[in-house]
Design a protein around this ligand. Sequence first.
Ligand SMILES: NC(=O)c1ccc[n+]([C@@H]2O[C@H](COP(=O)([O-])OP(=O)(O)OC[C@H]3O[C@@H](n4cnc5c(N)ncnc54)[C@H](OP(=O)(O)O)[C@@H]3O)[C@@H](O)[C@H]2O)c1
Length: 270
Amino acid sequence: MPSYVITGGRGIAYEFAKQLSSKPENHVFTVVRNPDAVPALGQLAAERKNLHVLKADLTDLPALKQAAKDVAAVTGGTLDVLLNVAAWLSSDVNSYKTLSEFEGNEEVLAKDLRESFEVNVVGVIYVTNSFLPLLRAGQTKKVITLSTGMADPDFNYRANQAQAGPYTISKAATNMVNSKYAAEFADEGFKFLAISPGLVDTAVPGTTMNDEQMAGVMKMVAGFKKAFPDFSGQYISPTESVNLMLDIIDTLKPEENGTFISHHRNKNWL
Ligand SMILES: NC(=O)c1ccc[n+]([C@@H]2O[C@H](COP(=O)([O-])OP(=O)(O)OC[C@H]3O[C@@H](n4cnc5c(N)ncnc54)[C@H](OP(=O)(O)O)[C@@H]3O)[C@@H](O)[C@H]2O)c1
């Protein structure tokens, strides 16, 4: 049975869990920091015997090692695909500030940078190292890490994306984590991929943005249109994004090991 571990329990992670567990032949494990906070996932797991919810924070190495043991107990010590989806994403007003706008308030910026690195860089390494022994014993040896086009410096500049420093700086480092692992394990037949999912609507229903956040989103989208004049300005659904990413993951080629691509399998991030 093909086996998948997904970090995160809502947004894109939930959609991966839903689509992958719709095939009864798959074993799907989600790793979430608080199962009570993702009732939709719990409901789905109650309906599908091949979907399991495990509890671990990405910053908690012992909990991640235990999650790997729990997966091994079901799969017989193997794992085929690891999907690093969970991430630290600040939606508060700080994420719409430019680096210079923290002038005089640098400790807030430093805290955001530390938190984002803790989850998006250290956490991804903790998860990957915890599941490596299982992946080594697996059939396909794929490790997919969700990144963002905003971590592409050339695109970032062309699209005037001066805001969201801590998140995008940490994701640029995540891309290097992907490249480091790819270089280390290519000879063992592993395939490591950093993939951007597009601009995806994962807002929690019922949440609203204040004026400052809304202005930040408008500015971000205007920059995207400058870099990609054909971009509609619309978010895509998690279903569409995950459909496109699963097509790529299912057909991943050895020469794509270590690359950083979009849901379109190229550098078109939108
Ligand atoms: N949505 C987009 O447009 C977009 C664009 C580019 C890239 N991405 C990337 O795609 C991925 C998924 O994005 P999304 O929009 O689905 O995000 P999301 O809806 O905000 O979900 C983030 C998930 O990460 C989990 N998480 C955060 N910190 C964690 C920690 N310390 N330990 C364990 N889990 C933790 C959250 O858990 P809780 O439920 O407990 O909070 C949540 O399940 C991310 O890597 C993101 O960077 C998204």
